[in-house]
Design a protein around this ligand. Structure first.
Ligand code: SF4
Ligand code: SF4
Ligand code: FES
Length: 449
């Protein structure tokens, strides 16, 4: 699903354009970019700053092609096709240009791929391989400052930034937050927060949108798999897990196989996180009955409260008083399990496997309540050498939870991403929202629905 802002969507005129790409004729709707027209012929033009969920930025020039009639190089990601044009996407000249651009980027890049979280999954590394760059023609001028861990959720290692501005666009245009943006021009062009403050001190809602589009290891989720392995390998600690049903959906893996994999990793118990959602939902329904101000607003992660406090301080009284669902369930299963197993609660580590990284925010300052994202889950599978497809399906461990009475039906509206959240908050401000309960999910995909 694309989250491109409406302003970047293709305007359908109903007309078609005929053109030639690498000698092959093709017909596409007017307004189609060269990149997409080439795709129709199964021709892949290399890209770096381009991202299918974002608008065109044309910053890296890796995608340049030759077009007749213009006599110059044209960025395929940013230019639409026109009637009768003949385009060349690959020749000796274009390869050399692309190779030189990659070499220039590498000359300004710490070449520590082996210890980079994106090793073997990095778009810059793939381009370097594609153009057979094993040594660099330019002197390396990269800085080597320490990566910054932001609130246990994200890590920023801006020495690795290739200045594609995907993150800034994801933050401002898709999520409407603007916690990171572009600054200055030309050689001094950079990606930064306002006054270079930590993300915690600016408007960031820790949704992870920036990390999900970064092509290199410049912004990524704070990996806590080593801490979790440490707990699993410590015989005096019991490690229990809760798995969000959305994780199976995101990874396209059957829930039973996920459970089996987590058990195989050595977790002592594996619980279904949706049990908590039902309990929390009942609590919010009860709150709606008593709350003076309707609607009650809840969120999938703590970042949602930050969003309301930063952008709608006059509406904070709509925020639910119910505790974060995941956290509540984590402490509940921990206390129940500790009692059952006859161990002290301080010897139980809880790990929540969630689909995205938004829930990592404000989760594990004490190192006994971890949240791992889908990517971290996959890393653990890899480390353990588990071939998940071959595992027989298993079931969740059971736990009895006392659900509050849920005898009331409420009008609930769920919105995904902060652009939609903004619309609904504006309608509350204007007194035009007739829902009883607004649920805000951090990511535009609505993973946690
Ligand atoms: S985590 Fe979300 S809000 Fe924070 S900088 Fe990244 S995209 Fe922006
Ligand atoms: S941090 Fe990543 S996404 Fe943002 S500009 Fe740098 S390389 Fe691009
Ligand atoms: S991918 Fe086209 S300019 Fe970067």
């Amino acid at each position: 699903m694309s989250h491109k802002p409406d302003t970047c969507q293709l305007t359908q005129t109903g007309k078609n354009v005929n053109l030639i790409i690498d000698g092959l004729p093709v017909t596409v709707p007017e307004g189609t970019r060269i990149l997409e027209a080439a795709k129709k012929l199964n021709i892949t033009i290399p890209t770096l700053c381009e991202h299918p969920d974002l608008c065109k930025r044309a910053l890296c020039r890796i995608c340049v092609v030759e077009c007749d009639g213009r006599g110059k190089l044209v960025a395929a990601c940013a230019n639409d096709v026109w009637e009768g044009v003949s385009i060349v996407t690959n020749n000796k000249r274009l390869s050399l240009i692309r190779k030189t651009i990659v070499e220039m980027l590498l000359a300004n890049h710490p070449q520590d791929c082996l210890k980079c979280i994106r090793n073997k999954n990095c778009e810059l590394q793939s381009l370097a391989l594609k153009y057979n760059i094993f040594t660099c023609s330019f002197e390396n001028g990269a800085e080597d400052t320490k990566p910054v861990i932001e609130s246990d959720t994200l890590v920023r290692d801006m020495d690795k930034c290739v200045k594609c501005a995907r993150c800034a666009e994801a933050c401002l245009e898709v999520q409407t937050i603007g916690a990171i943006s572009t600054a200055r021009r030309s050689h001094d062009f950079e990606i930064c927060t306002p006054f270079k403050q930590p993300l915690e001190d600016v408007s960031c809602v820790f949704c992870g949108g920036c990390a999900s589009v970064c092509p290199v290891g410049a912004i990524y989720e704070h990996d806590q798999t080593s801490d979790v392995w440490e707990s699993l390998n410590n015989n005096s600690v019991k490690t229990i897990a809760q798995i969000s049903p959305a994780l199976a959906e995101v990874l396209h893996i059957k829930a039973g196989k996920l459970i089996a994999a987590v058990k195989l990793m050595g977790f002592d118990k594996v619980y279904d996180a949706s049990v908590a959602a039902n309990a929390a939902s009942a609590e919010i329904c009860n709150e709606i009955k008593t709350k003076q101000k309707k609607p009650v607003v809840s969120g999938c992660a703590e970042g949602v409260s930050r969003f309301i406090k930063n952008f709608y301080p006059d509406l904070t009284n709509h925020l639910t008083t119910a505790k974060n669902i995941r956290k509540t369930f984590a402490s509940l299963i921990k206390s129940k399990y500790a009692k059952e197993a006859g161990v002290d609660q301080s010897c139980v580590t809880s790990v929540s496997f969630m689909p995205c990284i938004a829930q990592k925010y404000a989760s594990a300052p004490d190192k006994i309540d971890f949240v791992l994202s889908a990517k971290e889950f996959l890393r653990m599978i890899k480390t353990a050498g588990i071939i998940i497809e071959t595992l027989p399906e298993e079931k969740f461990d059971t736990i009895s939870v006392d659900l509050p009475n849920q005898d009331n039906v409420v009008k609930k509206e769920t919105v995904s991403g902060f652009a939609q959240a903004r619309n609904v908050m504006e309608s509350i401000r204007k007194g035009e929202c007739d829902a009883d309960w607004i649920e805000i999910l951090s990511c535009p995909d609505g993973y946690c629905k």
